[in-house]
Design a protein around this ligand. Sequence first.
Ligand SMILES: Nc1nc2c(ncn2[C@@H]2O[C@H](COP(=O)(O)OP(=O)(O)OP(=O)(O)O)[C@@H](O)[C@H]2O)c(=O)[nH]1
Ligand SMILES: [Mg+2]
Length: 312
Amino acid sequence: MSEAPRQGWLARLRAGLARSSDSLRGSIGGIFTRRKLDAASLEELEDALILADLGVATAAELVERLRKERFGKDVTETEVREFLAQAIAAMLEPWAVPIPHRERFRPQVVLVCGVNGTGKTTTVGKLAKQATDAGLSVVLAACDTFRAAAVAQLEIWGQRNGVPVIAGKEGADPAGLAYEALERAQRQRAELLLIDTAGRLHNKAALMDELKKIVRVLKKLDPAAPHDTILVLDATTGQNAHRQVEIFKEMVAISGLIVTKLDGTAKGGVVVSLAQTYKLPVHAVGVGEGIDDLRPFEARPFARALLGLDAT
Ligand SMILES: Nc1nc2c(ncn2[C@@H]2O[C@H](COP(=O)(O)OP(=O)(O)OP(=O)(O)O)[C@@H](O)[C@H]2O)c(=O)[nH]1
Ligand SMILES: [Mg+2]
């Protein structure tokens, strides 16, 4: 990415996370107004971090690091924010990993799952755009056959990107469609197959059966497929996102996360607790509904934006 769009993007990330960073900033500012770093201020800071959805364990770890370094010393609010941004960036660094491009698979099969409304279909559309921009040949599979509107929605994304969408009628067998899509993608030597799935079925058991069945039939055509199984999470749900990871981990082998709707949520800190808790790569983040609003997850800019600091 050239420097100008990158700067524009970082400014957007900061603006998107403004609600998250404003609340953190407000509480940190309230705690550290001309004050020594003592037990009471550390405790208040820990509470503020938990409230900002960073998670209990992460909050404790951050506060402990700060205590070790600065206990009994004068600190300013800015120093504390700088310290936290740096520590959070270091924590996130190992998990800021883009979706790997697996050239040896034709196609690389990416299964996209998540509860309803988290942004799966939109994310598939955005990923298709990035892949076609990068010169890859892409096929989309509309395996959310639960709702007719879901198929139409993916077809629009397909048209926008000029990529074929394999779809069936409402109520068609999603696993059958996944099979058909992979067969077709193999036949035309496509490089990437993105599979959109349903977020809501009659119940959890039905959803689990369906996802497992999709995985099973894909393996008939390519034993290594799906090569990536991505769980899409909505940042605005905060700590609920943890529960969703737990549930989907029981169903399929989640290989990475994409966190959407980081624009305008006060719960952006949840990305930190998710990465720390599940040790899963965060491939990308969504900061808007537009086709270009999905970006690779970068540890340092994210951490700085979360603390309301400039990108530098
Ligand atoms: N603000 C914002 N909105 C988003 C983002 N990603 C998706 N959305 C919106 O969230 C809504 C739901 O997105 P979908 O892509 O339909 O979600 P889904 O997971 O496919 O939903 P189901 O198919 O119903 O399970 C849409 O209105 C999207 O435009 C994001 O990063 N930011
Ligand atoms: Mg959908």
